[in-house]
Design a protein around this ligand. Structure first.
Ligand code: C2E
Ligand code: MG
Ligand code: MG
Length: 608
């Protein structure tokens, strides 16, 4: 049994333990509290710091940052104030955010603001914004929801992208337009044509693709310089554009080539009037730097869907038709058709065969006598080129010379003709057949100065013939096309002693002023005039031929009448004082082998 003292002592000991325990607990708790408070302080510091950082970031941001609450701007950083032109009189704070959007964007902006709250990630959109002074600019915008002063609000981050947009537009423009004329370029032409085809297909309308190529544009460049050529192209672009309807498209395809996409419709037809308007718009004279320029154009047209269903085929066929328009004499419009395709096929065969014709010895010359009306003697022969092609048959010069003229082949062929003709003449002379004059035709590309002189000189040297025996025939349009070059070249030929004849006189346009300045020897009256002589319906033929003969004589030129086929023509020409005649009446062009016999058997008294 415990005594009361013992019980008391135990009680004291228990109490003391309990107190110790309580004190320990208290200490523990107060430590925890201390740590917690410290933690909280740190968090508070961090929050303050991050708020400060956010404030700084917002203030210094180059992007405009606005906060909108209840439709009004409640906060705007410096960049925003600058961007929207905040001023003493026009304050950004308090503005309705919808008033900061261009009219066309108001509805979209309202909807985007209301949606901003539901978005986890702010979406970036491009809009047109309105400054406080009412001017517009392009912006990229992001919107996100946040609480501002305890109220639901939206943060709006806007960046001015006007400059970038302008640059993008410029780049896109450059990629789709021709820098010289401002017309759309080749690649966007195809796009436009595809659009037109798509539309036409849905509505059952036609589309016309017109290839327009300026005639002799190169000459403008060569004669007046590229700056003048460029101006001409710009003027013609404007004129063609004005001649088109609004739905039609004009593009520059390259150099002096334009393509028009003309859309058909219930009211829209490609009438002759439309084509005439286009051609007239090109050929009206243009004055550039004091030069009056007059160019014509050749047009080729392909029609969707009959001439092709794809943009590429249509362009190809329009180009082919344009080519034929050029070949047929320029300043023409040609519609594509299947026959034309066969014609082009034939042409392309000629083109591929032509380069081999010389080395395969497929060319030969025929000679046509020129007879003096005074003596009845054969004074000369004209050499005329023929091509005996194993694949294409016998070809006349008209069929292949224009093609050869587009390549350096023309010089090789020309070289061969002069050489061959002079060698024949030298052989006839050696055979005691007399000293015939020999006429050789020249074409456009050959009248290029130094190369021609070199060829002629070398052929004369090789044949040993005197230069007076060679007579080069040039058409008047050829002579007049570049009068300065003609003067230079002909003067040099004249110095060499070579004779020059104007071929097909009366069919082109000669300037009489130049005609008298050129060192010429002979004028050949075109057979059109000669054949008219025997036509009783043509009352003026005699007068014209008589005038031509007198004109030639007053310029001291010998006159040869071409294409004399009848006795009556001969008699008339003789009466009018013509010097020589050439034509089927006295002999068709014949092979070199037949000429000696002709010369031997030809008796002047029989012929005149
Ligand atoms: P051109 O110089 O006017 O030649 C005369 C053309 O008239 C020749 O045609 C000739 O065969 C033809 N002809 C001659 N007499 C008569 C006639 O009584 N009636 C008719 N209806 N025609 C007659 P071809 O040989 O077909 O030559 C055509 C053109 O080709 C020539 O016209 C000439 O400009 C050119 N040519 C001929 N040979 C050459 C050549 O070697 N080089 C060049 N560059 N052109 C040539
Ligand atoms: Mg001739
Ligand atoms: Mg002729």
């Amino acid at each position: 049994m415990n005594s009361p003292e013992e019980l008391h002592a135990r009680q004291l000991a228990r109490e003391s333990r309990a107190r110790e325990e309580a004190e320990r607990l208290l200490e523990e708790k107060s430590l925890e509290l201390f740590l917690e408070m410290q933690e909280r302080q740190r968090a508070l510091d961090a929050l303050r710091e991050s708020e400060e950082r956010y404030r700084l970031m917002v203030e210094l941001s180059p992007d405009a940052i606005l906060i909108e609450s209840e439709g009004k701007v409640v906060f705007a950083n410096e960049a925003a104030k600058k961007l929207f032109l905040d001023s003493e009189s026009l304050r950004l704070l308090g503005q309705s955010v919808l008033d900061l959007a261009a009219e066309a964007y108001r509805e979209q902006v309202a909807e985007r603001l209301s949606r901003a709250g539901q978005l986890t990630e702010p979406v970036q959109v491009e809009e047109i914004a309105k400054r406080l002074d009412g001017s517009h600019f392009e912006v990229s915008v992001r919107r996100a929801a946040l609480l501002y002063a305890g109220q639901p609000a939206r943060q709006i981050i806007a960046r001015d992208i006007s400059y970038r947009k302008r640059l993008e537009r410029e780049l896109a423009y450059q990629a789709t337009h021709d820098s010289l004329t401002g017309a759309i370029n080749r690649s966007s032409l195809i796009d436009k044509l595809n659009d037109a085809i798509g539309f036409a297909d849905r509505h059952g309308f036609p589309v016309w693709v017109a290839f327009v190529d300026l005639d002799r544009f190169k000459q403008v460049n060569d004669r007046f310089g590229h700056a003048v050529g460029d101006t001409l192209l710009r003027v013609i672009t404007d004129r063609l554009t004005n001649a088109l309807r609004r739905d039609d498209t004009l593009g520059r395809y390259g150099g002096d080539e334009f393509v028009l996409v003309l859309r058909g419709g219930p009211e829209n037809h490609l009438t002759p009037g439309v084509i005439e308007r286009l051609m007239d718009s090109v050929c009206e004279p243009v004055t550039v730097d004091g030069h009056e320029l007059k160019v014509t154009c050749s047009i080729g047209i392909a029609t969707y869907p009959v001439d092709g269903r794809s943009a590429e085929t249509l362009m190809h066929h329009a180009d082919a038709a344009m080519y034929v328009a050029k070949e047929s004499g320029r300043n023409l419009c040609q519609f594509y058709n299947n026959e034309l395709n066969a014609q082009l096929q034939y042409r392309s065969t000629i083109e591929s065969e032509l380069p081999h014709a010389l080395e395969r010895k497929e060319f030969y010359l025929v000679y046509q006598p020129q007879i003096s009306l005074k003596t009845g003697r054969i004074e000369g022969v004209e050499a005329l080129l023929r091509w005996a092609s194993p694949r294409l048959g016998e070809l006349k010069p008209d069929q292949f010379i224009p093609l050869a003229e587009q390549t350096p082949l023309i010089n090789q062929i020309g070289d061969w003709v002069v050489r061959q003709a002079l060698q024949c003449a030298a052989q006839w002379e050696r055979d005691g057949l007399g000293s015939l004059r020999i006429g050789v035709n020249l074409s456009a590309r050959q009248l290029n100065g130094i190369e021609l002189l070199r060829i002629v000189q070398s052929a004369l040297d090789d044949s040993g013939l005197s230069p007076q025996r060679l007579e080069l025939e040039l058409t008047e349009s050829l002579m007049m096309s570049d009068i300065r070059l003609t003067l230079k070249t002909l003067n040099a030929l004249h110095k060499m002693g070579v004779q020059v004849a104007v071929d097909d006189f009366g069919t082109g346009y000669s300037s009489l002023v130049y005609l008298q300045r050129l060192p010429l020897n002979c004028l050949k009256i075109d057979r059109e005039f000669v054949s008219a002589l025997s036509d009783p319906a043509d009352r003026h033929a005699d007068a014209i031929v008589s005038t031509l003969i007198r004109l030639a004589h007053s310029l001291n030129l010998r006159v040869v009448a071409e294409g004399v086929e009848t006795r009556r023509q001969l008699e008339l020409l003789s009466k009018l004082g013509c010097d020589e005649i050439q034509g089927y009446l006295h002999g068709a062009p014949q092979r070199a082998e037949s000429i000696p016999d002709l010369l031997r058997t030809h008796l002047p008294s029989d012929w005149v």
